[in-house]
Design a protein around this ligand. Structure first.
Ligand code: AMP
Length: 284
């Protein structure tokens, strides 16, 4: 694996690959790598000639400075995992490399209604930050294929919108969510859970599964209420539990048996905010 810290050196290296018609797969991350990240890398390694992983904890997408400060960093372990998983290139820029003009005067993106729903509502400015870093990374890497996790369902929708705004032709692959045996979606933030919190955290996927199991045509509020009460029993502070149209993320209160739906949760267990989602019904 080759490690690049500088944009120009990486850009030149990849330009030579592209001259030889090589396919570039790209997996952007914030590090503290787990099996979920590694699954994205596996897809990329299978489908491309060169796989690039970036590790950059992007300050502009954290609406809560405490969350940014406490974001886990496990760089040595990450490097060894990347090497074990046949990653060709690690891009490890510092903040000046990504934002040479600073972080205060960055472009704002017209993302439309997706920007202020759910994650966007509870984390104001988050998706602008995601777009700022992804626009820069896509410019630098110019991948053939881009691998992201369905775990961040709304983020995948935002990236599709960003691609249309900036004319990026990378093929976006929204890859399935990897879970612990008790159902908890793998997440770097799980490292911040103590033993009791970790045990309770499985309630998130149980809440989503209860919705999936009980889904039938008709009103959906009772399903949401059951899921919320399960989370409250485990002392979660809920941001949202919702069932939404899978294509727009508009809330759906009654199901016709046809519409493609997704159930989404964001909730705090003490200081740690976790998110998860599950496709329902016809598209699950
Ligand atoms: P992050 O480092 O949290 O920014 O995540 C980097 C990429 O990994 C994003 O595209 C995430 O959606 C994806 N990802 C995070 N958790 C999982 C998971 N449990 N399964 C699959 N992909 C994931």
């Amino acid at each position: 694996m080759i490690l690049f810290k500088k944009t120009d050196a990486l850009h030149n290296y990849l330009a030579r690959k592209k001259e030889h018609q090589q396919k570039i797969g790209f997996v952007p991350t914030m590090g503290a790598l787990h099996e979920g990240h590694l699954s994205l890398l596996q897809y990329s390694v299978q489908e491309n000639d060169c796989t690039v992983c970036s590790i950059f904890v992007n300050p502009t997408q954290f609406n809560d400075p405490a969350d940014f400060k406490k974001y886990p960093i496990t760089l040595e372990k990450d490097i060894s995992l990347l090497e074990q998983h046949a990653t060709d290139v690690l891009f490890l820029p510092d903040v000046h490399e990504i934002y040479p003009g600073g972080t205060t005067q960055l472009r704002r993106y017209e993302l439309g209604s997706i920007e202020n729903k759910l994650e966007g509502y509870y984390r104001p400015g988050h998706f602008q930050g995601v777009c700022q870093v992804m626009n820069r990374l896509l410019d630098i890497v110019q991948p053939t294929n881009l691998y992201m996790g369905q775990k961040d369902y709304q983020q995948c929708m935002v990236i599709k919108k960003l691609q249309s705004l900036i004319g990026s032709h990378a093929v976006l692959h929204a890859c399935p969510t990897l879970r612990e045996p008790d159902g908890l979606a793998l997440s770097s933030r799980n490292l911040r859970l103590n033993a009791a919190e970790r045990e309770a955290a499985a309630a998130i996927s149980q809440a989503l599964l209860s919705i999936k199991k009980e889904l039938r045509p008709g009103p959906l509020q009772p399903l949401v209420a059951t899921a919320k009460s399960l989370l409250e029993q485990h002392r979660f502070k809920i941001d949202y539990v919702t069932i939404a149209d899978a294509a727009t993320l508009d809330e759906v209160n009654g199901w016709d048996g046809e519409q493609s739906l997704v159930a989404l949760v964001a909730a705090y267990i003490n200081e740690v905010r976790l998110i998860d989602n599950m496709l329902l019904g016809n598209n699950s």
